[in-house]
Design a binder for this molecule. Structure first.
Ligand code: PA5
Ligand code: NI
Length: 181
């Protein structure tokens, strides 16, 4: 493998010339939000993009570092702020760095033992997701929440557990303000 460089616009968080873009639409989020009817309405109104992950993938082998730009749109499903699906890593004991480049939000994290922690995300703030913590980003602002992420390339994603169990807390808008409920 040869060294290479990647251009990222630090103002907008845009990765120039990504090799792979993962696109998740509202219809990919069925079962994740408390207000299923509100999500169905959004799907019927054109099924807009919910979030995107921009990547230049490297081999998923120990020693490599996978990295990406995660871009989550702003909005509400009922009273619940837009969020990513969230996942554990398939190789559980692997950590992840999230450096927020744009927007406002929370990184919601939980352990298998039921511990749940939220860290603020804002431009210039780095959130460290320790090994074995599931993680989901939540956009509580009015512009896209954009982060640069990096993690061991062999980590992989396990979505099934979160799809079944969710997180112990949701981020809702209560009297105009984000609140963990
Ligand atoms: O690896 C990560 O944690 C991120 O790149 C996420 O994959 C990204 O934010 C999208 O979230 P999810 O994978 O939970 O759909
Ligand atoms: Ni991850």
């Amino acid at each position: 493998m040869q060294p290479f460089g990647v251009d990222i616009n630090l103002q907008t968080g845009e990765m120039l010339e990504p090799d792979r873009i993962v696109v998740r639409r509202a219809s990919d989020m069925q079962g994740y939000y408390a207000d299923a009817d509100a999500l169905e309405q959004l799907i019927r109104r054109g099924d807009p993009i919910h979030y995107e992950v921009f990547e230049k993938p490297v081999p998923e082998t120990p020693g490599n570092l996978m990295y990406c730009i995660s871009k989550l749109q702003p909005g509400l499903i009922g009273d619940e702020f837009y969020m990513t699906k969230g996942h554990y890593h398939r190789v559980r004991h692997t950590a992840e760095l999230y450096l927020c480049l744009r927007g406002q939000g929370l990184m919601l994290m939980k352990t298998e033992e039921g511990e749940c922690v939220a860290e603020a995300m804002a431009r210039g703030r780095l959130v460290y997701v320790p090994p074995s913590w599931a993680h989901r980003s939540v956009n509580t602002g009015t512009e896209p929440l954009v982060s640069f992420c990096a993690y061991p390339a062999e980590a992989g994603h396990n979505y099934g557990d979160i799809e079944e169990q969710g997180f112990p807390k949701r981020v809702l808008r209560v009297q105009g303000e984000p609140q963990l409920v």
